[in-house]
Design a protein around this ligand. Structure first.
Ligand code: MN
Length: 245
């Protein structure tokens, strides 16, 4: 009896290992400074006015998105971890072993992290065109910036229901485009293809519905006008450095 239980446990562990094969590990990703956030989580200040992204994203949408949606993810994540013995874990460590955590941690942990990234990737003030190492990598991987936009556009438009469209770097240092449902992200061990995010677009209706209603494609087009390429270039270089590339 005892041995059969051990055998069953062993088989389960092996199956989990196959299902959640990790491409990334903490040694790599913890070199990206922002991934060392720990409980209790707080919302970084937005750093720009709610109307700074007009007309691409209207002020009311930004206000509700930041002050209500993002804040709710932060508060709910803290509540979910409050009584957990693992509350001192870095958010990054949680993502890399996401499959072991309850849904509330997955949804709100992703919700907090994804929004923090998103608001920095569309912050005004940076370059409005790709340049440098990222531009070279985009051209060699996708053929052109327009081809990359098409790939992300397709990923975002075809993501059924709520989710995110991403540009990430895989463990080999190559760029790839993917989408994730709900508040999942490419760092999580539950995603089919793991990577370090360089850019992500929120395609939840709350990100665009006030201005664009059901026209998700128009919103996706508008987001390209407010991308902060200086921030993306910084993220790309930091990811490569963490991967030792
Ligand atoms: Mn959102």
């Amino acid at each position: 009896m005892k041995y059969s239980k051990i055998l069953i446990s062993l088989v389960l562990v092996l199956q989990m290992g196959t299902l959640f094969a990790q491409d990334l590990n903490e040694g790599i990703v913890s070199k990206v400074s922002e991934y060392n956030m720990v409980y209790p989580y707080t919302q970084k200040p937005l750093g720009y006015a709610f109307d700074a992204l007009e007309p691409s994203i209207d002020a009311k949408t930004m206000e509700i998105h930041f002050s209500r949606h993002h804040l709710a993810y932060v508060n709910n994540l803290n509540s979910a971890l409050e009584k957990s013995s693992e509350s001192n874990m870095k958010l990054l460590s949680i993502f890399l072993s996401m499959s072991k955590y309850p849904m509330a941690v997955r949804n709100n942990g992703g919700g907090h992290y994804n929004h923090q990234l998103f608001f920095e990737m569309i912050a005004p003030g940076g370059a409005n065109m790709p340049y440098g190492n990222l531009l070279a990598a985009i051209n060699s991987t996708f053929g052109s910036v327009d081809k990359l936009k098409e790939a992300i556009f397709t990923a975002g438009k075809t993501q059924f229901g709520s989710g995110w469209a991403w540009l990430s770097v895989n463990k080999d240092g190559t760029l790839f485009v993917s989408s994730t449902p709900n508040q999942d992200n490419p760092l999580m061990d539950i995603t089919p293809k793991q990577g370090i995010p360089v850019f992500g677009i929120d395609v939840w209706e709350h990100a665009y519905y006030l201005k664009y209603q059901n026209k998700r494609a128009d919103y996706l087009d508008a987001v390209w006008k407010i991308v902060n390429w200086t921030e993306l270039e910084r993220r790309y270089n930091e990811a490569l450095k963490a991967l030792g590339k």
